[in-house]
Design a protein around this ligand. Structure first.
Ligand code: HEM
Length: 437
């Protein structure tokens, strides 16, 4: 078969508007209507072929990385922010080299060592929550995850510097949304234009990053420091060469960019769902009180299934490939439809319901549950993110009596490349926090 997979004939602008209006409904609707492989058209990005069954997702994730280029696909959106040396925007051998350097700090025992830090930062943030007044949780979880990543990655412990870095990163993130969504704005349209403001914010942040690199270089040579930056400074490529400052800058921004807003948003969604499913919340609270982690782990997984923070993981074909019987030309974007899979009732019975028990005790199918993507591009921080979610949720659920001022579910809003609750998960703390256990 050589025709393109089926899809809507609506103009690309209309398709994009539909996607933005209902990011979670869009792909499942296409999957139900057109099947496991379908075509969508968006302005600027052109034709995108989505796949929506575990078999096809497996074919994409395990396909040759030389043909299924994730870096090239990511670069169309992320390169202005992350640069050309980022593990997210590279392909082939250079990608694997960077990935190998980044993996160790985010695996195994090293992650657990961040547990104390995560708890300390969470406790401090929770102390600032007002009692009896509605507020948005997401900015709060974002302060926690940003503080954790800055301390874990840069090894910055000085409060004032953490705060300054936070401000620069916030202002940078705000400017990124516009230029990632509208590529035609990536040029100089004069003073005050989005591109100039983006460049100015990037320059300010880069100055701080290079300052930190210089500070840490001296310490790293003496073998001290177990933060990610110090580890990267000591790391060597296979040919014995160290990472250059430009490589380090891109990698640090990648880890910060990929690693804090995502987890903060996932936490906000977890509470958004928990407060609208009191029986799940009660069971979670009981299980935590009994010192068990299984239900907590399942709750984090179920949150990422029902509200996958990132909606698309793209690959760009460097050569023709056959997907689902369709022969796709080189240059095509092939994208596993995360929400399309996660909302399939045959894979996840009563898929629209929040039921953490579906993840209890069972093995997770890595081609059906894919909030972290897959294959050799699977999220480097997946274990770190799940551990952080568990640590922070445990503390919030066991110490805070919360309710949602508006019982209606929060709608979905796209921010940068993430899918966030429209009002950032509005909550009310009913009474002062319970003492620390
Ligand atoms: C809930 C939180 C998170 C979610 C939902 C998430 C999701 C993702 C997704 C979907 C990808 C693309 C995978 C693919 O193309 O197949 C990715 C890649 C990546 N993520 Fe995460 N992520 C999260 C947290 C983190 C954290 C905490 C870090 C770092 C500490 C991190 C670092 C990365 C990196 C470096 C990559 C690029 C991997 C590569 O291209 O080889 N992420 N993440």
């Amino acid at each position: 078969m050589s025709a393109l997979p089926p899809g809507s004939r609506a103009p690309s602008l209309v398709q994009a508007a539909r996607y933005l209006r209902d990011p979670l409904g869009f792909l499942p609707r296409h999957q139900e209507r057109y099947g496991d492989v379908f075509t969508v058209r968006f302005p600027f990005f052109g034709r995108i072929v989505y796949v929506s069954s575990p078999e096809l997702v497996k074919a994409v994730f395990t396909g040759s990385p030389d043909v299924f280029h994730a870096g090239e696909a990511n670069a169309t959106v992320l390169e202005p922010a992350l640069g050309p040396n980022s593990v997210l925007t590279l392909d082939g051998e250079p990608h694997l080299r960077q990935r190998k350097l980044l993996l160790p700090p985010f695996h195994g025992d090293r992650i657990r060592r961040y547990g104390e830090l995560m708890l300390e930062v969470t406790r401090r943030e929770m102390e600032s929550w007002p009692v009896g007044e509605p507020f948005s949780l997401r900015p709060s979880t974002q302060r926690i995850t940003l503080s954790v990543i800055l301390r874990a990655v840069f090894g910055i412990h000085d409060e004032a510097r953490v705060e300054r870095a936070g401000e620069l990163i916030d202002s940078f993130s705000d400017r990124v949304t516009t230029i990632t969504r509208y590529p035609f704005l990536r040029r100089d349209l004069g003073p005050g234009s989005p591109w100039r403001r983006f460049l100015a914010a990037r320059r300010r942040l880069d100055e701080l990053v290079y300052e930190e690199i210089a500070l840490r270089r001296a310490e790293a040579e003496s073998g001290e420091g177990d933060d990610v930056l110090s580890l990267l400074l000591r790391a060597r490529h296979d040919d014995g060469s160290p990472m250059s400052d430009a490589e380090l800058r891109d990698e640090l921004l990648t880890v910060i960019g990929a690693g804090h807003e995502t987890t903060a948003t996932a936490l906000a969604w977890a509470m958004e769902r928990l407060l609208r499913n009191p029986q799940v919340l009660a069971r979670l609270r009981d299980s935590i009180a009994a010192g068990e982690d299984d239900y907590l782990e399942a709750t984090a997984k179920e949150t990422l299934r029902l509200r996958p923070v990132i909606l698309d993981v793209a690959r760009k074909l460097t050569a023709p490939a056959t997907i689902g019987g369709y022969e796709l030309p080189a240059g095509s974007f092939v994208v596993p439809a995360i929400a399309g899979l996660h909302y399939r009732d045959d894979l996840f019975p009563q898929a629209r319901e929040f039921r953490p028990e579906r993840f209890l005790g069972g093995k997770v199918d890595n081609y059906a549950w894919i909030p972290f993507g897959g294959g050799i591009r699977r999220c480097v921080g997946a274990a770190f993110a799940e551990f952080e979610m568990r640590t922070i949720l445990r503390e919030i659920v066991s110490r805070a009596d919360l309710h949602a001022p508006d019982p209606a579910p929060e709608k979905v809003k796209i921010r940068n490349i993430t899918m966030t609750p429209q009002h950032g998960t509005r909550i009310v703390l009913e009474r002062p926090l319970a003492p620390i256990a």
